[in-house]
Each structure stands twice: as structure tokens, then as C-alpha cells.
Design a protein around this ligand. Structure first.
Ligand code: AHG
Ligand code: MN
Ligand code: MN
Length: 340
């Protein structure tokens, strides 16, 4: 039985993973290599974000990605960094990025067991104003029996073997789950390593705080408006950074609920199932919270396409249940009709 870390014990993310792997007799070490690549990418991206204004790499590239979102220069730089760090790792068969229409096939041999999917920079529209952004990733087993590359990736979130995010905030944090709870690491820039600061993070069961872009209220299905009215009457506070990974990180530590409902512009929700919702849902559930898309558990959605979008309700168990109770009381969760 592993003891909780005390202030006397210092463990890096890499050594933590190695010690986890040593408990699995058949482990090949591939997983350690992937996470070492993720930590390297995280440190490179963190450095580039800090220097962005100086290096004149803020602002849009002038093109859109496959989802139609305007690409920022740093979206492209972060994407390239991840592809370069993960690209020659033993054990990685396929990479799939929010920024690339098609997955990148590295190996299709059966002994390349993993696929890595990522949102290179979440919240990139916040970069220009010096607000937190993040990198989100999801690791799946490579299904070498699938008919096509895309099909091999279209696995429900329950099939994820690991998920994590790096938040480039006032400090740089790495949050990771391998399906046995959630651990939190912080980058110590003086030694260039992510150090374990909290093992088995637990999400508070409740928290009177909601995170939603309330400016779209007139477009929300009635159930969400009813939930907001209830929250207003009960002294909730509202916090919305506009970077999902930062909003959910806050909820992970202090409780509450993050909601991105269907809207007129995004009738199926805005966030991407495979790159954003699934990995964050795995983390939230592993920390004891809940993650739904309307009335469906996010992790059980069978994906139909790589870039598909989804609505999101995730966070503290009691707060998610409160939103779901409003959904249960309504017949529909379609976006509201256009206001008069
Ligand atoms: P990305 O930068 O990867 O495209 O994601 C942006 C997402 C998410 O981070 C955030 O929660 C949401 O967009 C904000 O959308 P609104 O501006 O519509 O609130
Ligand atoms: Mn994103
Ligand atoms: Mn992004």
C-alpha cells in the first residue's frame, strides 16, 4: 500500500508513472514514454506561452481549423510541439488532434498499443489577454482489428486508459488519471520537473457555483434557464473564464458545475467529445464527480465522428444532479426558439 506523500517526499510525474507501471507485471514501459513526451511538450508549450508577446506569436493565423474555429498562432505551435514530442515514441500508433482534420498514423503494427488524442490549446482565444489556457489529452488502446483508422479511434470514453490536462495558469499544473483516481502535479520551473503535490484528488460533492456563458441564456433550452433561476434564488456565485480546462480545474478543487448547453449556434453543444469532453469527464468521474451531456453519461456516448461536438454538464455530484432534475422536468433539451 503506497503512503500519501508528505512534505518530505518529492516525486516527479515520470517517477510516479514508473512506480505505477512496476506494479503491472506485463507493462512494456510504453505508457511511461508517452507521458514523458507529454511532460516535455507541456514544458515547451508553457515556455512559448510565456514568451508569446515577446516573440510576436499572439493573434490569429488567418485560417480556421476543421471545426470552423479561428486558429491562433499558438494553436498551431502547440499542435506541432505535441506531434514532434509524441511522434517518435515507441508504443504510439495514432495521433489525433482537434487542429487536424485527419489522424496521423505513426505505426499500425499490433505491438504499438496506444493512440493519443489532444486539444493542443484549449481556450486559445484567451491568450492575447494573458488568461489561462490548457492542453487536454486522452489515451486509448490501439484497435488494430478495426476496418479504418477513424473507426479504431471511435471508442467511447469508458475505453480511455488515461486522460489528463496541463493548465498554463499562474502556475503550470498537470492533472492525470490512469483510471485509479486523479493526481495533481505542479511544474517547479527551477528544476524543470512536474512534482506530485496531491494524490487522489476528490471533487467536493457540492458547491454553490456555476460556470456557464450566461450571455447565451436566451438560446438555452428551458431546463437550463430554470436551473439558473433556481441558482440565482439560492445565492450561487458565477465564475466563467472561457477556457473550459481552467473552469473545470477550479471546480475540481472548489466544487460547482460547468455547463455548456446546446445553443442555436451549436445545437449539439460546442465542445468536442473526443478531445475535450471525454478526457475531462474521465478526470471528473475519477475525482468523484459526474459528467453528462443532457441526460446521457458522457463516457458512454458512442462517437460517430472524430470531431463531433457535445453538450456538457460536469462537476460536483449534487450540482450535476440539480441540473439533471431540471432536464427531467422538461420534455426537450433543444435550444430555445429565436427570441422575438
Ligand atoms: P478551443 O480554444 O480549444 O477552441 O476551446 C474553446 C472552448 C472552451 O475552452 C471554452 O469553454 C469555450 O470554448 C468558450 O466558448 P464561448 O466563448 O462560447 O463561451
Ligand atoms: Mn478546446
Ligand atoms: Mn483548442
Amino acid at each position: 500500500m503506497t503512503q500519501d506523500p508528505t512534505p518530505n517526499h518529492l516525486t516527479t510525474l515520470e517517477s510516479h508513472i514508473r512506480s505505477e507501471e512496476s506494479r503491472h507485471p506485463g507493462a512494456t514501459g510504453a505508457f511511461s514514454w508517452i507521458l514523458a513526451a507529454m511532460t516535455l511538450a507541456a514544458k515547451i508549450i508553457a515556455g512559448k506561452i510565456r514568451r508569446a508577446r515577446i516573440d510576436d506569436v499572439l493573434g490569429p493565423v488567418g485560417s480556421s481549423n476543421v471545426s470552423g474555429d479561428e486558429q491562433q498562432k499558438l494553436d498551431v505551435i502547440a499542435n506541432e510541439t505535441l506531434i514532434r514530442t509524441l511522434g517518435d515514441r515507441a508504443g504510439v500508433a495514432i495521433l489525433a488532434s482537434e487542429e487536424n482534420e485527419q489522424p496521423i498514423i505513426l505505426q499500425t503494427k499490433e505491438d504499438q498499443p496506444y493512440c493519443v488524442l489532444f486539444d493542443p490549446l484549449d481556450g486559445s482565444a484567451n491568450l492575447d489577454v494573458c488568461v489561462s489556457v490548457g492542453t487536454i489529452f486522452s489515451i486509448l488502446r490501439h484497435d488494430s482489428t478495426a476496418d479504418s483508422v477513424e473507426e479504431s479511434l471511435l471508442q467511447p470514453g469508458t475505453a480511455q486508459v488515461a486522460a489528463g490536462y496541463i493548465l498554463y495558469g499562474s502556475s503550470c499544473v498537470f492533472v492525470l488519471t490512469t483510471g485509479h483516481g486523479v493526481n495533481l502535479f505542479v511544474l517547479d520551473p527551477s528544476v524543470g520537473a512536474f512534482l506530485l503535490v496531491e494524490r487522489n484528488l476528490r471533487l467536493p460533492e457540492s458547491g454553490k457555483s456555476y460556470s456557464i456563458n450566461e450571455a447565451y441564456r436566451l438560446q438555452f433550452p428551458a431546463a437550463y434557464v430554470n436551473y439558473l433561476d433556481e441558482a440565482h434564488g439560492q445565492g450561487y456565485s458565477s465564475r466563467y473564464i472561457g477556457t473550459m480546462v481552467a473552469d473545470i480545474h477550479r471546480i475540481l478543487l472548489t466544487g460547482g458545475v460547468f455547463i455548456y448547453p446546446p445553443t442555436k449556434e451549436y445545437p449539439h453543444g460546442k465542445l468536442r467529445l473526443m478531445y475535450e469532453a471525454n478526457p475531462m469527464a474521465m478526470i471528473v468521474e475519477q475525482a468523484g464527480g459526474k459528467a453528462f451531456a443532457g441526460r446521457r453519461r458522457i463516457l458512454q456516448i458512442q462517437p460517430e465522428s472524430l470531431h463531433q461536438r457535445t453538450a456538457v454538464i460536469m462537476g460536483s455530484r449534487d450540482e450535476v444532479d440539480r441540473v439533471l432534475a431540471h432536464l427531467d422536468a422538461q420534455d426537450t433539451d433543444s435550444p430555445a426558439a429565436a427570441p422575438p
